[in-house]
Write a protein that binds this ligand. Structure first.
Ligand code: SF4
Length: 66
């Protein structure tokens, strides 16, 4: 049976608004006026490398893929 892989990007409120994720993947993350990064777009497998780079670059590991 084919398993549907539906991944969801989540930014936790431990985000410190450093802007790193936005710099790396501006299509997916945006630091808003509240000083927190927000997910702009649903996870897309074709961009997995850049998304993973953003996840790995977050200094407080606030970004997760669920
Ligand atoms: S890299 Fe992490 S701490 Fe920095 S803005 Fe993005 S989610 Fe927030």
């Amino acid at each position: 049976m084919a398993e549907e892989e539906k991944k969801k990007l989540v930014v936790a409120d431990t985000c410190i608004g450093c802007g790193m994720c936005e710099n790396i993947a501006p299509e997916y993350f945006e630091v808003k006026d509240d000083g927190l990064s927000h997910v702009k777009k649903d996870y897309d497998e074709k961009d997995k490398d850049i998304i993973n780079e953003a996840i790995d670059s977050c200094p407080v590991q606030a970004i997760t893929l669920e």
